[in-house]
Design a protein around this ligand. Sequence first.
Ligand SMILES: *[C@@H]1O[C@H](CO)[C@@H](O)[C@H](O)[C@H]1NC(C)=O
Ligand SMILES: *[C@@H]1O[C@H](CO)[C@@H](O)[C@H](O)[C@H]1NC(C)=O
Length: 207
Amino acid sequence: MASKIQLLFLLLLVSCATYLQVSMAGDPDILTDFITPPNVGLPLDGNFFTFTGMRALVGAPFPTAFKVLKASMAEFPALNGQSVSYAILQFPNGTVNPPHTHPRASELLFVLMGSLEVGFVDTTNKLFSQTLQQGDIFVFPKGLVHFQFNSDSKNPALALSAFGSASAGTVSVPNSVFNSTIDDQILAMSFKTDVATIQKIKSGFSG
Ligand SMILES: *[C@@H]1O[C@H](CO)[C@@H](O)[C@H](O)[C@H]1NC(C)=O
Ligand SMILES: *[C@@H]1O[C@H](CO)[C@@H](O)[C@H](O)[C@H]1NC(C)=O
């Protein structure tokens, strides 16, 4: 009897430890200080650890449509193995970053200029929304559907987002559903509507 209880306790401990490991997982840990891509000139210096792509923002006119500038592993190879990345989000007046998810990271958004309506939906389908003003920080939990909207009809908004992955990935909900090749009939049944309605929505994505 005692050994059975001990065994149960051990199993519980092991499953808790496994759960903790899974829930704390970010990018895989690396066994070196950093990862040097094969095509990079050696010896390495500070340039390898510097990303200058955001200089394009300095003094540039504000874009006329919502725009994302990324500093992730693809643009900045030194991030490989470091579990961090950035994106700059530019919202002209009245523009939206449509519902999307980042499969590999939570997102920490910092409003640098203007204001933003933001929100995410959890796995129980509950919406958590907020109106953020300049200086506010909001966290979007990993993998959950979220959006940002600049409802101000006159002023632009600018935000900096940090991600807990060098390659957070983005899955756009409208694009994945209506701009992939999922069959119209399947979408019509899934959205409890008819094929004509699905085709009408899809037509907005072509071109
Ligand atoms: C953004 O501002 C311009 C210029 O003031 C205005 O013409 C346009 O209607 C605004 N857009 C939205 C979506 O409010
Ligand atoms: C739809 O998909 C095509 C091909 O992947 C892409 O070029 C286009 O930008 C997408 N349209 C929208 C509105 O996202």
